[in-house]
Design a protein around this ligand. Structure first.
Ligand code: SGN
Ligand code: CA
Length: 524
């Protein structure tokens, strides 16, 4: 592995170091975050899907650390989630409501505070927000969503340009993470954000892993054929169905499908662009490998439900092959830390920017407040504080990362940060401390937009979930839905009008109003 030249020690500190901040007993922090990683695809979580595609290195984090079963995001989309992470604020407070522009750069990022207090800070991989990374001694970030193969990378040295780097995104991110640690100033603790592009759409595996799971027939989720009965416009009008919206060429890597069937497939040209950065030899390898994988499908000319089931298998196989590299990466990082004697003084966090649908309700993508996308994986290893193999059911959310990292570094969080440090949960073997929050607030704004998921906000108390769907343009009438996850964990039965749920509805409505007022939510 060739290590790029580093300039960590050349960058002057942005601000004076607080007294006592040099103390060596403060832990290092590594925040590993993938993009669209479903907890269903991590074997520690025990979902049927992951049984066939284990993730031993992620599982190691769970068995040596804490696994959160109730970790959630505030707004299930990439840039909003990253803005919550760095600011500890809700979307309407940090400005990043939708996917594109938004981030309010006058807000303080956790990286800035850590840096000012003597931490050496870095971010590698996906950044995505439309601002230059701030509060970092070093960054190496991808262009926009990032490309899987030979991606464009910007560093403080490239004068705003993205320069092509050779390699597979997940492996490059790992190399960059290790290089940051290797080149650090060893007199100071560090905080490093390791942000993978994987396993984001369009699920392109490392060349060595293409076809890794082709011999496995993955079980389909029970809710795959959900008909959305009893639920409203949002579920009916979404455009994230594997059957209807997942494309054969771009998403499932069957080039020429549209032409073969006499239509112009949406995004067809994107297949070409997803392999365009490869060298001619690599491109030929990928094209030939997929041609072989596609031969049987093309020969049989599947239709109807047979085709839908084929789509599901191809989707899951490629997605899990992409995950294999993420799991390798976590293993490599842990081994590196161990070899350097850094493992036990480093808080290693693994999470995703949100959850993802692996066919539940017939879907891919995220955005909804339903469990698969609202919930996100969260594993934390830090033996000085965490009992190995502990499991937490405490309600935690991505606005909690910033206050938690400050707490771990012994820094008081700024008054304005609405998130809460989860250090008390880590210390209490995962149990919710007294007076821990009982409700979470959620708000999704990106509508009208790709995948056509109506705007909604809502509250959740571990059992009941109240969701208010609304259309800022007023074309779709607003409506509420209520789910009782104790009796309906798959969220198929909207019980809003039912007598037996009246009290819960009243209580959750009150809580929703409370959030809206206390947090000054201005768009509903
Ligand atoms: C892209 C994808 C969408 C995805 C968004 C947001 N389309 O636009 O399917 O929902 O990113 O993803 S694609 O054709 O460009 O692949 S996020 O993870 O960044 O929020
Ligand atoms: Ca994402």
């Amino acid at each position: 592995m060739t290590r790029p030249k580093h300039i960590l020690t050349m960058i002057p500190m942005a601000a004076a170091i607080a007294p006592g901040a040099m103390a060596q007993n403060r832990p290092n922090i590594i925040h590993i975050m993938s993009d669209d990683h479903a907890y269903q695809a991590i074997s520690a979580y025990g979902d049927q899907l992951s049984e066939h595609a284990p993730t031993p290195n992620l599982d190691r984090l769970a068995s040596e650390g804490m696994m959160f079963r109730r970790a959630y995001v505030e707004n299930s989309l990439s840039t909003p989630s990253r803005a919550c992470l760095f600011t500890g604020l809700y979307s309407h407070q940090n400005g990043q409501r939708g996917l594109g522009r938004g981030i309010d750069t006058t807000k303080t990022f956790v990286s800035e505070i850590l840096q000012q207090n003597g931490y050496q800070t870095g971010v590698v991989g996906k950044w995505h927000m439309q601002c230059t990374p701030k509060g970092f001694d070093w960054y190496e970030v991808f262009y926009n969503q990032g490309e899987y193969y030979n991606p464009g990378v910007k560093t403080p040295l490239t004068e705003g340009r993205y320069e092509r780097q050779e390699g597979y995104a997940t492996e490059l991110v790992t190399e960059k993470a290790i290089s940051f640690i290797e080149n650090r100033d060893t007199t100071r603790p560090f905080c490093l954000f390791v942000h993978h592009k994987a396993p984001h759409r369009n699920w392109m595996p490392a060349l060595k892993y293409i076809g890794l799971f082709d011999d496995i027939e993955f079980p389909m989720p029970d809710t795959f054929y959900d008909d959305y009965q009893g639920r409203g416009a949002a579920e009916h009008q979404q455009e994230m169905s594997i059957d209807k919206d997942m494309t054969m060429e771009y998403d499932l890597h069957v080039p020429g499908w549209g032409a073969m069937h006499g239509f112009d497939e949406t995004y067809a040209e994107y297949w070409g662009s997803s392999i365009s950065r490869l060298s001619p030899e690599e491109r030929e390898y990928v094209e030939q490998t997929y041609a072989r994988r596609n031969a049987e499908l093309l020969e049989k000319d599947l239709k109807g439900d047979d085709l839908v089931r084929w789509k599901y298998q191809r989707y899951v196989r490629d997605y899990l092959s992409v995950i294999r590299s993420v799991d390798d990466s976590v293993g490599e990082l842990l081994e590196y830390l161990e070899a350097q004697g850094l493992l036990d003084n480093t808080v290693v966090v693994y999470t995703s920017d949100q959850g993802f649908y692996m066919g539940e309700h017939g879907w891919f993508d995220k955005r909804f407040m339903f469990e698969e996308s609202f919930r996100t994986p969260l594993l934390i290893r830090y033996p000085a504080m965490i009992k190995p193999g502990s499991v937490s059911d405490a309600l935690v959310q991505n606005i909690d990362f910033a206050p938690t990292y400050l707490d771990l570094a012994g820094i008081e969080k700024p008054e304005e940060m609405v998130g809460t440090s989860i250090v008390p949960v880590l210390k209490k073997e995962g149990k919710s401390p007294r007076r821990w929050r009982r409700y979470l607030y959620y708000h999704y704004y990106d509508y009208p937009a790709e995948h056509n998921v109506l705007r909604h906000d809502g509250v959740f108390d571990k059992r009941w979930k109240l969701i208010h769907f609304y259309d800022p343009e007023g074309k779709v009438p607003s409506y509420d839905e209520l789910f009782d996850l104790r009796h309906d964990p798959q969220e198929l039965r909207n019980v809003i009008g039912e007598r037996s749920s009246r009290r819960a509805l009243r209580r959750l409505r009150k809580q929703l109003e409370r959030f809206r007022t206390e947090q000054a939510i201005d768009e509903i």
